[in-house]
Design a protein around this ligand. Sequence first.
Ligand SMILES: Cc1cc2nc3c(=O)[nH]c(=O)nc-3n(C[C@H](O)[C@H](O)[C@H](O)COP(=O)(O)O)c2cc1C
Length: 380
Amino acid sequence: MSFNTKYPSIEDLRTRAKQRIPKFAFEYLDGGCNEDINLYKNTAEIREVELLPEYLSKHTASSMKTTLFGHEYDAPFGIAPVGLQGLMWPNAPEILAKAAFKHNIPFILSTVTTSSIERISELTEGKAWFQLYHPAKTEIRNDILKRCENSGYKTLVILCDVPTFGFRPRDIRNGLAMPPNMSVSNIFQILGKPNWAFQTLKHGQPNFETLKPYMPKNLDLKQLGKFMDDTFSGRLNEERIKPIRDLWKGKIVLKGVANQLDAEKAIALGLDGIIVSNHGGRQLDAGESTIKPLTRIAEKYGNQIEVMMDSGIRSGPDVARSLASGAKFTFMGRSFMYGVAALGNKGGNHTISLLKTQLQQVMEQICCEKVEDFRNHLIK
Ligand SMILES: Cc1cc2nc3c(=O)[nH]c(=O)nc-3n(C[C@H](O)[C@H](O)[C@H](O)COP(=O)(O)O)c2cc1C
């Protein structure tokens, strides 16, 4: 097996991650919003999708390779953008970017994570994608886009589903902040996880590396909060997307699409792809799970724009379910971060290998030779 056989499922990695990192960091990663209804629906409803096996069909070989935006990837899944990754495990974005590059799958760098545009480009030879939180100031937006272009990024992901911060009771209770808030309770949580504490000390305090050039030095916690609020109060709309379309020569993907109206707008604006997503159930607890709008949107617009999906995927069979429901490509956020929090440097490779092995098994089991053929195996 090309993965550590002690952890043959994402749930195994999640359990290990919980033991290994402080409670405030685990809860930030694991939680949804409000009462976690949307988080629960994402994982529950995708599992209702059923696939049809065709045992007596002719079968030569199954291949997970798939072409997206002119590049042939080795598997139809990638690593979704996640903020504050270094808080959960030091160097997490670097670990995942390197693993994604090695396995030839996309890694999406978040604006608010703990590695920079330039560093991730170096590690991936320009193959990573960049996710933009829309800055309120045009100069900052333009500078970030220029840095991405200079570093060789070809795909820009613009996020539309965070017009306001999600209401997340655990983070509120934990006083979560960057750098970690040293309340007595948080200090006890850190003391209980010596490996995490040692690695964090060794690598130094995590910082918003991409945003460093725009941040005044030595901000205290309150000032940092104000800086983030002022910098990202830019709710996304069509007027804000148009100039980005004009400026950015590469592909543009709109992430966070949850309804047909926004999909139509993305097409009208000349964007190249959409990720049907509800941010892993972290923003609108009263919203639908992603598998439902995915099915509707892919059927209606799948031939006009690349329709991808994330939220709720935790296994190879889940990737297969999304592809069968119409997604061209899929992404996962938590699954990969559980892997790194559980296994450190080895977590990226482990998780990708595990998911590849599971997906290959499904393809061979149902007699599906190509990724595009999953749709023929959907039980409607
Ligand atoms: C801890 C955490 C932080 C996230 N931060 C970002 C972010 O900075 N930018 C972004 O576009 N999405 C962010 N997301 C959403 C993910 O990109 C993705 O949509 C989500 O994790 C998919 O759901 P899954 O975790 O069930 O796979 C975050 C998700 C998590 C769990």
